[in-house]
Design a binder for this molecule. Structure first.
Ligand code: NAD
Length: 285
């Protein structure tokens, strides 16, 4: 099992990401029980009915804590601190706690509650879909998984989290929580903010004509992520506020540069600018 072992795993937040984790564990042959805890009873029922988890509850007291030595937080990031306070006092001495959250400086606040057993992690995988019914067993295979250790992180728990994700076929990388939030503020949180704003622009300009009748593949490709879960994205935007605001400022500068070139009809410069960017984008694939 690639060095990974656990008696039983509890996933807190049985949605798309948590459900995909449960399915991936089973697909890869994890033999212990995988449990789910969610505030939404429908998510728990669905998870059990679909066979994604071996047991599921909405309250902490029903969880068989003696069978759990690994907990993964998979709910919206702003729920993590309250969940950590609920876990404290219920966990076995050797239990590891980690997460799937999209922002990582909150690791320091979670360490305050849970101590060095908490290890922050972020799978660079996902879609705009939410809910356990969309969960996919292969979601994490071949995808990057960023672990964000701090000075306090316990090496034993760090190793367990690394082994979990290697076992699931992810490519593990390490980053500081600060670097993580800067990087993903630019490459993930900004594009989501822009996609939301772009769809809003169509709404703002729809008057006599309903512009939503006309978008082609380009608009749909560009804005697919604006169909994402609003609670999840509200939490990410607020948790990574400083990095996101700097990214938005930089994006506005780029848009202003483009606006100026168009307004002043500087055709040669405009073409040069578009060419530079087009080359950069093609280099991504
Ligand atoms: P989701 O909406 O599909 O699932 C979230 C689940 O958490 C829901 O079932 C909800 O009922 C539950 N929940 C909410 N508050 C809770 C609480 N206090 N206690 C227990 N359960 C609670 O969302 P998702 O896409 O699975 O995202 C989950 C986490 O994964 C988020 O932290 C997000 O930042 C992170 N993430 C998402 C993606 C993605 O593309 N979807 C990618 C990487 C990381």
């Amino acid at each position: 099992m690639d060095g990974f072992s656990a008696e039983g795993i509890l996933i807190v937040g049985l949605g798309f990401m948590g459900g995909s984790l449960a399915k991936a564990l089973k697909k890869r042959g994890f033999s212990g029980p995988v449990f789910g805890l969610d505030v939404n009873p429908e998510a728990v029922e669905r998870g059990k009915k679909l066979g994604v988890v071996d047991g599921g509850w909405t309250d902490y007291d029903s969880v068989p804590w003696k069978d759990v030595d690994f907990v993964i937080l998979a709910s919206p990031v702003r729920t993590f601190e309250a969940i950590a306070r609920n876990l404290k006092g219920r966990l076995k001495k050797e239990a590891t706690v980690s997460d799937l959250g999209s922002t990582k400086r909150l690791v320091y606040r979670l360490e305050e509650v849970l101590g060095p057993r908490f290890v922050g992690a972020h799978p660079i995988a996902g879609t705009e879909k939410s809910g356990v019914e969309h969960a996919r067993a292969d979601l994490y295979e071949g995808k990057k998984l960023i672990i964000t250790p701090t000075e306090r992180t316990d090496p034993f728990h760090l190793e367990r989290v690394k082994n979990l994700w290697t076992f699931l076929g992810s490519k593990v990388e390490f980053m500081s929580p600060e670097l993580h939030d800067f990087v993903f503020g630019v490459v993930s949180h900004l594009p989501h903010a822009v996609a939301f704003a772009l769809v809003d622009t169509l709404r703002a300009l729809s008057g006599e004509v309903d512009l939503f009748k006309y978008p082609g593949a380009g608009f749909k490709d560009f804005t697919r992520i604006a169909a994402s879960d609003p609670t999840m994205w509200r939490d990410i935007f607020l948790e990574n506020k400083d990095n996101l605001l700097k990214s938005i400022e930089s994006f506005k500068n780029s848009l202003e540069r483009l606006e100026k070139l168009i307004k002043e009809e500087r055709a040669e410069e405009l073409k040069e600018y578009l060419n530079e960017i087009s080359v950069l984008r093609r280099g991504l694939d």
